[in-house]
Design a protein around this ligand. Structure first.
Ligand code: ATP
Length: 307
């Protein structure tokens, strides 16, 4: 029997995870899932808790929270550039406001679905992104991500959304945040390299996708596949505010790709730089600025998947 350990972020989904966890834990136990758990006490605590659990012999780590908690748990699987236990697997019990990552993974966010996932123990090896970036304060930093990282308007939107309450739930919070950001955001001159190709252009954003969705349900990279060993890179070109507002709804159903100022590439090693300050988003968190360098780690992490 594999040891299951849940890492619960009580403040996720505006605190409803903390309020609901005692009942959810009871339901999991009644259904025959034997698990230990711990509540996170501060940001980035889940990284440390995951490392400790893996070193203590736990082989299934369940992230209970939003995409930010999942990102921290993913980072806790690694230490010194290596996986702590190659056989260990991540399970995602998505309780956040956005829940974007699970939309690609075929996992639902209700308790019955996570019970099925933990009983079936069916895993798939997913690609993991690794990004080097600059923390606020100037320190170089590195972070792993499972879903999406982006530079430009998404970074500024995430900064705005995470600073405010997400009481309106993911979809509305992100949509209002994005619409406000469109009004104030200015396109920048970026230098981008995607493997051997170089782009130097004034543009809006660069999205480096492993998963399909970001921003509380925007289908930014409909073709993304978390097991193909490639990032899907979406570049939103030099769109003006009117073009952004006019085409905004298309991002939700993935039809934005046909716009002449939107381009798509596949790549494994991407660099993004600008002389102007540009904010980076990583799995729904906004930890710093560019310059940034991204590498794909093919089929690196075992993830429990749905039926
Ligand atoms: N005990 C804690 N107190 C305060 N902040 C915490 C605590 N534990 C974790 N955090 C932080 O809470 C933030 C939000 O977590 P998370 O993203 O999981 O939830 P969410 O914002 O509701 O979901 P989503 O990103 O899917 O919308 C993260 O930045 C995380 O570092």
């Amino acid at each position: 029997m594999k040891k299951i350990f849940a890492i619960v972020n009580p403040v996720s989904a505006n605190g409803s995870t903390g309020r609901q966890w005692p009942n959810l834990e009871k339901i999991l136990r009644i259904s025959g899932i034997d698990l230990d758990y711990v509540l996170t006490e501060y940001p980035m605590h889940a990284v440390e808790l995951t490392r400790n659990a893996l070193k203590g012999g736990c082989e299934i780590i369940v992230s209970v929270g939003g995409d930010g908690t999942m990102n921290e748990v993913v980072n806790g699987f690694f230490e010194g550039g290596r996986l702590i236990n190659e056989n260990a697997a991540l399970a995602v019990f998505s309780r956040g406001t956005g829940c974007d990552a699970i939309k690609t993974m075929g996992i639902k966010n209700d308790v019955d679905s996570i019970i099925a996932v933990l009983k079936d123990m069916k895993s798939e090896a997913y690609d993991v992104g690794k990004v080097d970036f600059i923390e606020y304060g100037g320190k170089k930093s590195q972070r792993y991500f499972l879903n999406v990282s982006d530079v430009g308007i998404g970074g500024e939107t995430t900064f705005r959304v995470n600073r405010n309450s997400k009481a309106l739930k993911g979809f509305l919070s992100f949509m209002l945040g994005a619409l406000t950001t469109i009004i104030v955001y200015k396109n920048k001159c970026f230098e981008i390299s995607i493997d051997d190709m170089n782009i130097k252009e004034k543009l809006n954003s660069v999205i480096i996708a492993n998963g399909k969705y970001f921003g509380g349900g925007m289908k930014i990279a409909p073709m993304a596949d978390m097991t193909d060993g490639f990032f899907d890179i979406i570049i939103l070109g030099n769109l003006n505010k009117f073009e952004l507002l006019y085409n905004f709804s298309k991002i939700y159903n993935g039809t934005h790709l046909s716009h002449p100022k939107v381009s798509h590439y596949k790549g494994k090693h991407i660099k993004v730089n600008s002389k102007q300050k540009a904010l980076i988003e990583i799995d729904g968190e906004q930890p710093g600025i560019i310059e940034a360098e991204f590498h794909i780690l093919p089929k690196k992490l075992k993830v429990l998947v749905g039926r």
